[in-house]
Design a binder for this molecule. Structure first.
Ligand SMILES: [Mg+2]
Length: 169
């Protein structure tokens, strides 16, 4: 596997609520594909925190938004999507590009104008990089919307990626 594929275009170092919309806009991005579990809320919770809702609300002024989750439960992802009135794909099998391509085909949007935002290198970032869209790594979110700093998963993934030579400064 090519190392570059594990490297996000932007390793933000923050959870989604602190991602700057104007920074994303400055890259010419018009649409955001959002991962769900870990990115919008912890996997074990059902309700999106108000701070995350606010971020989504503001983002709707600037971007088309679509949820794209690997979670196999349509029920869960629909319930979450309904809280923020967004369209969604579930069971997406990222790092497969399939659902991302489906989205592009359906909307007719250009690759250069679409970004994916997620908390996992080996699913979200890899899927986006394989497709050739802009990729943004965020810290996993806590129930309060703030970053979950002790995320073992992300630490391990970053470590593995750096062992393979990604993320070189
Ligand atoms: Mg996730």
């Amino acid at each position: 596997m090519e190392v570059k594929l594990l490297e996000p275009s932007w390793n933000s170092g923050v959870s989604i609520i602190n991602l700057s919309q104007s920074e994303i806009l400055s890259r010419g991005i018009k649409s955001l594909l959002l991962d769900v579990d870990g990115t919008l809320l912890p996997r074990k919770e059902d309700l999106i925190n108000n701070s995350v809702k606010d971020w989504i609300k503001i983002s709707k002024n600037y971007f088309n938004l679509h949820l794209i989750s690997n979670n196999p439960s349509r029920n869960r992802i629909k319930k979450i999507a309904d809280q923020v009135n967004l369209t969604y794909s579930y069971k997406a099998s990222k790092p497969s590009r399939k659902e991302l391509l489906n989205y592009l085909t359906k909307t007719g949007e250009r690759k250069t104008e679409v970004a994916i935002i997620g908390d996992r290198l080996f699913t979200d970032i890899l899927a986006g990089n394989r497709l050739g869209i802009y990729t943004i790594l965020v810290k996993p979110t806590n129930s309060d919307g703030l970053p979950y700093l002790n995320s073992k998963m992300q630490r391990i993934e970053l470590k593995i990626a750096s062992l393979f030579g990604a993320m070189k400064k």
